[in-house]
Design a protein around this ligand. Structure first.
Ligand code: OGA
Ligand code: NI
Length: 332
């Protein structure tokens, strides 16, 4: 049988068990693409204006685009090619990937939340420390490990620049967030074209359990965020990354910055691939509001929690949890 005709998504109509309840599904009213989400050039990384721009973006939108990020275009192209080749392997090849060392491949047909399937296949694995996890990554396509290892190294450099800007913006030492962070988990998402995107979701509404998440989504739209109680679409800018604020940054900032509620919708004409890299606190970091952000007028809003306890006991992040938990167990 041809691999296309044997896939779960080659259907004329959306199967019943992929249709979300009305309150969760995107519906057929158009959701506007927001063209005022800031695009921050990381070129000169610590100027005062840059810090202000970033903080304004974080406060208003809880997310922003970055350009002049220093990640070579060739690294991005190779990464997206490796993902494409991976997701074009026959389903039974992908299903063979051993769930070891936190590497988890989830076919849409095998994962349902409250009985409803996401319109997405996904691969997650740890990426730090590289030498302890790379041998768990897929062996096929053959270029996967090399390309993704380079990508992760570049994302580390970029995330440190961004965390420095946010640290300064919050009034913390420039190294504050960088020092407790590591590029930990990578999620590769494949959202096939869908016969009726109004009924389905690639990813349900969620916040990431990270400090920040760095998303590359190519030039196909699908990411949406909640702004002032309404869904708005995020533009897909070629060669730019999207930075999403996670709930660990919300805690450290004592609520000055809030995590971004987001979801991924599907489209009727082409497969969309994205790669989300979670920059997390290290497992033994006690995550709590930074001391300088707590005083009589600003009491601490969050209890100190060891990051590994947060992850090991958290129920809310279904899809992330298995990979991060396994990473954390192997580290400690
Ligand atoms: C994620 C995520 C959004 C997207 O992987 O956590 O939110 O557009 N992805 O794929
Ligand atoms: Ni997310």
């Amino acid at each position: 049988m041809d691999k296309q005709t044997s896939s779960w998504f080659t259907v004329q109509n959306v199967p019943e068990n992929y249709i979300f309840p009305e309150e969760d599904r995107p519906g057929s009213l158009p959701i506007p693409i927001c063209d005022t989400i800031p695009v921050i050039s990381l070129g000169k990384s610590t100027s005062t204006e840059k810090v202000q721009e970033i903080m304004e973006a974080c406060r208003k939108f809880r997310l922003f685009h970055v350009t002049d990020h220093g990640v070579p275009e060739a690294v991005i192209i190779d990464t997206m090619k490796a993902l494409q080749d991976f997701f074009e392997l026959p389903e039974d090849e992908r299903a063979k990937i051993p769930s070891e060392g936190g590497c988890v491949y989830t076919s849409s047909s095998r994962f349902a939340k409250d009985g409803v399937h996401l319109w997405r296949d996904c691969l997650k694995h740890p990426c730090h420390p590289l030498e302890q996890c790379i041998h768990f990554w897929p062996e096929k396509p053959t270029e996967y490990r090399d390309s993704i290892a380079k990508y992760v190294g570049e994302i580390r450099k970029m995330s440190l620049k961004i965390l420095e800007l946010i640290s300064i913006g919050l009034g913390l030492k420039a190294w504050y967030l960088g020092e407790i962070s590591e590029v930990q988990i990578l999620t590769a998402n494949n959202y096939p074209a869908c016969p009726d995107p109004s009924l389905t979701l690639g990813l349900l509404r969620h916040c990431d359990p990270s400090l920040i998440t760095i998303l590359y989504q190519g030039d196909i739209r699908g990411l949406q965020i909640v702004k002032d109680g309404q869904w708005i679409g995020v533009e897909a800018l070629p060669n730019a990354f999207v930075v999403i604020l996670g709930n660990q940054l919300e805690i450290i900032s004592n609520g000055k910055l809030r995590s971004t509620e987001h979801r991924a919708v599907t489209n009727p004409s082409e497969a969309r691939r994205s790669i989300a890299t979670l920059v997390n606190p290290s497992p033994n970091c006690i995550v709590e509001p930074a001391e300088v952000l707590v005083d009589d007028l600003n009491p601490s809003l969050y209890e100190p929690t060891l990051y590994k306890d947060f992850v090991l006991h958290s129920r809310g992040f279904g899809a992330f949890t298995k990979s991060i938990q396994s990473y954390i167990k192997s580290e400690t």
